[in-house]
Design a binder for this molecule. Structure first.
Ligand SMILES: [Mn+2]
Length: 189
């Protein structure tokens, strides 16, 4: 399965450092996409997000989503914590799970993921993971709460992932928080 992936991320207005971050990693048939949003904003949040991304850069991608998130939970236990949404693509299937206010929206195949309440690195409820079999033309968007949860993908239908990310950030971004959106298109079976 071929994926086209793009993102936009920016700090809260007036901040130089970004407490949001993204990770994309591919290993054999598996691709990991993640959006991380550390609690708060500014340099302290940026450090927490760096820690989370360092963990995701090293973690073994043959694990399941629950184990990946478990590894991040441990890596973040000394800081203020974060929210995260992880999408792990494996062949035609995607497995998604998240903790806190990073959402997943889809166009095409529905991926019934509900973010798990709590804070990664502190405490969270039992993780809920959803899986779905994807089709060419499906689009997924992972976004932090620096974008309104009213976010809709229909208006980006004719845009490539990069332009779609830019439009979504422009249209739904709030300047009161760090903001990140990642768009993933399924291109071929
Ligand atoms: Mn946020």
């Amino acid at each position: 399965m071929k994926l086209a992936i793009a993102h936009r991320t920016r700090p809260k207005e007036g901040e130089l450092e970004n407490g949001d971050g993204v990770m994309v990693r591919q290993e054999r048939a598996r691709t990991l996409c993640a959006v991380v949003d550390a609690l708060g904003h500014g340099p302290v949040a940026a450090r927490v997000t760096s820690e989370a991304l360092r963990c995701l850069a090293q973690v073994d991608l043959s694990q399941d989503v629950a184990s990946l998130i478990g590894a991040m939970h441990l890596a973040l236990r000394h800081g203020r914590g974060a929210a995260v949404m992880v999408a792990l693509f494996d062949g035609h299937t995607v497995h998604c799970g998240g903790v806190g206010n990073v959402e997943l929206r889809t166009r095409g195949t529905r991926v019934p993921v509900i973010p798990t309440p709590g804070i990664l690195g502190q405490t969270h409820r039992a993780l809920r993971v959803a899986s779905a079999s994807l089709l060419p033309g499906d689009r997924l968007a992972l976004f932090s709460d620096g974008l309104s949860s009213r976010l809709e993908l229909d208006d980006t239908r004719n845009l490539a992932p990069d332009a779609a990310s830019a439009l979504l950030l422009e249209r739904y971004g709030r300047n009161t928080d760090d903001a990140t959106v990642m768009v993933v298109d399924v291109e071929t079976p």
